[in-house]
Design a binder for this molecule. Structure first.
Ligand code: GAL
Length: 765
């Protein structure tokens, strides 16, 4: 296999597993030797065009904006915009200083992701072009840089280039543009650790470990020493002489280890040292976990125990800035999926996502199906070569994440292509013998060639067909079959809720289904020929601001009550169109029974006592409750109280106002402190509620925002609520201080949130 076929013009664009496609794990979180990875995210200059001569070292930058990475080439409203607005080629320039300590060493510039094609120049000299928006790339610039100041210049092409996946036909999402993930300078010795693949073995019986160390220009006589670390404690060591590009360092026996699982996602670190004549030449670390994950003939198993997969798909795009959201926001999405939606798996539809998101999945205990970029269309031979290379970049970047249990190695919903998919599967298996592959096909493609280990299929149909393959996983359902806006009436919200609940119920009926991953977690921006006509697919169980619709309540309720009691009405008590459309109310809860009361002048009057609806949902452990309103309260109306009971004991109460009046304006920030690194962000949620804290879905007031202090607002201002809610983000600048956001509702008053912006470690280059 020629892993370099995607390269266009350069000898310095790094390719291949052993050539350092990954320097990123150590950039942040886990210590690498001082000076090895030098972040270059601040101090960029940006221009939304590329004037002639702009890559020259002495190009006049005065007209260029000062920006920090992650950066979007265009800020946009959250909907109703034209995606052509961001489809242009931009110029990014940055000066960087190569320290004196780099003398005699090798220098790389590592890019975690830029949308969609990047041509790089150093000191006016063209390095090459990388084609791909979701995968990391790296240029070796040892021969191009000099000690002291150097100039990096990038042309970042955000047009939908037919030569690069996912483009070539239509796609149902927007890719946006810009230098949207981090950049770093990497300074390493002539021989260095280029990558590490940590492969736990027989973890359920006799745990052992292979650490495959990839060295660049490694030599006979050098040794690789590996420490297995639990926090700051070294628990085992092993070593082996360097043996070519790939050296396996094995731990045949290990001290007692703790498994990584969903409740206790225990992580370990390997520290790899490249040693010559007793001196450490280079050192790097990777984080990983001991777990056994396998799709079997009888469903998915984690650590030898069956686990029905209950998940949602996630696009990584955000309102206003597209993909350019910093670490904290990426991590927050994983937190929401794990702790608000209580799913056990997420699919990174339809591309490799931010490492920050994946790190958070590891740390929180949330499984991941990760797949290569693409959507239905397969391009020509060169295009396919890029897709095959994407498999390699995805896997070699992410093979140590315990959270990842399946590689998606087909273009989402593409037709069979025997040779192409034989290649992607073979490559995935050769790079990572520890994980199975899947490849997502459409629901009408039941007969498609089964080249993967797991038959992953977007089965939107209902009733769900009997499983046709061993190791079958439904990777999408609901979505475009039933888009639901937060302002839609209760009849629609109820049906949306039921469609999600019934699919998860159905996959529980047969062990041959490994589970189901619903479409999707969050509403997302899309092209004009998809979605609702405002550049949004309202397919999420949460809106684009990551705020729940009633269907989210189903996911939330599927958790043991010992961990959290959930009692969520899957409806708005502001009834909307008419009572006639709201005969049946669904309640999501892990309680054993619920009681409902209506407020009467004489007090609360019980009108229903209900058990989980096992008729409609015979398999769900926490089946939703169906409440007949038509034959109980009929046209009666007033405040509603719902009580949840377990073992006869009252465990939770929800009260919903029947008054129909907006009462409270609520403003909450997800965090209280940000780092003054110019990129750190937090979400600020805006809500109008009734007197009991329930969202008023038809509140659409314009909220006026005022920000004081060293930060910027990401979002519309004024911000008009949609479905009674909305959110903006506050992005720190690069000075410490205090930031106050003042939000004024036209009638319900002014609320403020205050954040501390703490000094950040300065960048040294
Ligand atoms: C699927 C596709 C997704 C999304 C979804 C909408 O066919 O894979 O990307 O478009 O439909 O329901």
């Amino acid at each position: 296999m020629d892993r370099r076929t995607f390269m266009q013009t350069t000898g310095t664009l790094v390719a291949g597993v052993a050539l350092g496609a990954r320097a990123f794990a150590a950039a942040d979180g886990f210590a690498a030797p001082a000076g090895r990875i030098l972040p270059m995210n601040r101090g960029w200059r940006f221009l939304p065009s590329v004037p002639a001569g702009s890559h020259a070292a002495n190009f006049d930058e005065t007209a260029m904006a000062r920006v920090t990475v992650p950066h979007t080439n265009k800020t946009l409203p959250w909907h109703n915009f034209d995606d052509k607005d961001y489809e242009f080629v931009s110029l990014y320039r940055r000066k960087f200083r190569v320290p004196a300590s780099a003398a005699g060493k090798r220098v790389f510039i590592d890019f975690e992701g830029a949308m969609t094609a990047t041509t790089a120049y150093v000191n006016g000299q063209r390095l090459g072009e990388y084609k791909g928006g979701y995968t990391p790339f790296s240029f070796e610039v040892t021969g191009q840089v000099k000690p002291g100041e150097n100039q990096l210049s990038l042309e970042v092409d955000a047009t939908e280039r037919a030569d690069i996946p996912p483009f070539g036909n239509v796609i149902d999402y927007l890719t946006f543009g810009g230098l949207y993930r981090e950049v770093a300078l990497r300074i390493v010795p002539q021989s260095f650790v280029a990558n590490i693949a940590v492969r736990p073995k027989s973890v359920l019986t006799k745990p052992a470990l292979d650490v495959v160390c990839f060295t660049d220009r490694g030599k006979t006589g050098q040794t690789l020493e590996v420490h297995l670390e639990d926090g700051s404690k070294v628990v085992a060591t092993a070593n082996a002489p360097v043996a070519g590009l790939e050296t396996k360092v094995s731990f045949a026996k290990l001290p007692k280890i703790t498994l990584w699982d969903l409740d206790r996602p225990k992580l370990y670190t390997v520290r790899v040292r490249l040693i010559e004549n007793g001196a450490v030449l280079d050192e790097d670390t990777r984080c990983f976990g001991f777990r056994h994950a396998e799709f079997t003939e009888n469903g998915f198993e984690l650590n030898g125990k069956p686990l029905k997969l209950r998940g949602l798909n996630r696009h990584q795009t955000f309102p206003f800035v597209g993909q350019a959201m910093a670490k904290r926001a990426q991590r927050r999405d994983a937190w929401i999926l794990k702790n608000e939606l209580h799913v056990n798996i997420v699919r990174t539809s339809h591309y490799p996502q931010s490492r920050h998101f994946l790190d958070a999945c590891d740390q929180l205990g949330l499984l991941v199906l990760e797949e290569i970029p693409g959507w239905q269309h397969i391009g020509d031979a060169a295009w396919k070569d890029i897709a095959v290379d994407n498999v390699e970049r995805m896997i070699t970047r992410d093979w140590n994440h315990p959270a990842i249990v399946l590689w998606g190695v087909r273009i989402n919903e593409s037709k069979d292509d025997h040779d192409f998919y034989t290649r992607t599967n073979a490559l995935a298996h050769s790079l990572d013998p520890t994980r199975q592959t899947g490849g997502i096909r459409t629901g009408d493609n039941y007969k498609s060639e089964f080249l993967e280990d797991v038959f992953t299929i977007n089965d939107f149909g209902w009733p769900l067909r009997a499983p046709s393959h061993p190791r079958q996983l439904n990777t999408e359902f609901c979505g475009h079959m039933f888009p639901t806006k937060p302002i839609d009436n209760n009849e629609r919200q109820t049906e949306h809720f039921i469609r999600h609940a019934r699919m998860h119920d159905a996959v529980l009926s047969d062990p041959h289904y490994s589970g189901a991953i619903g479409w999707c977690a969050f509403d997302y921006n899309t092209h004009n020929n998809f979605g609702s006509g405002d550049r949004i697919c309202y397919h999420g169980v949460m809106d684009i601001f990551r705020l729940p619709k009633p269907a989210a309540a189903f996911y939330r309720s599927q958790i043991a009550p010992e961990k959290e009691i959930v009692l969520e009405p899957a409806f708005h008590w502001a009834i909307g169109d008419s009572n006639e459309h709201f005969d049946t109310a669904m309640i999501a809860s892990n309680c054993e029974r619920v009681r409902l009361y209506l407020k009467r002048p004489e007090g609360w009057k019980q009108f229903a006592e209900v058990e989980p609806d096992r008729k409609q949902f015979p398999h769900l452990k926490y089946a939703p409750f169906t409440v007949d309103l038509k034959n109980t309260i009929g046209w009666d109306w007033g405040d509603l109280k719902i009580e949840g009971y377990i073992g006869g004991e009252l465990k939770a109460t929800r009260t919903l106002s029947g008054q129909g009046v907006d009462r409270e304006f609520v403003v909450t920030a997800d965090d209280t402190e940000l780092s003054a690194d110019g990129a750190d962000v937090t979400r600020v949620v805006l809500k109008v509620t009734d007197e009991f804290g329930n969202v008023r879905p038809f509140a659409n007031d314009a909220i006026v925002l005022k920000l004081a202090g060293p930060a910027d607002l990401i979002g519309d201002n004024p911000f008009a609520l949609f479905g009674g809610v909305g959110a903006v983000w506050i992005r720190a600048r690069d000075t410490a201080g205090t930031v106050t956001l003042t939000a004024t509702h036209p009638r319900l008053g002014t609320k403020t949130v205050t954040l501390k912006i703490a000094a950040a470690v300065p960048e040294s280059v």
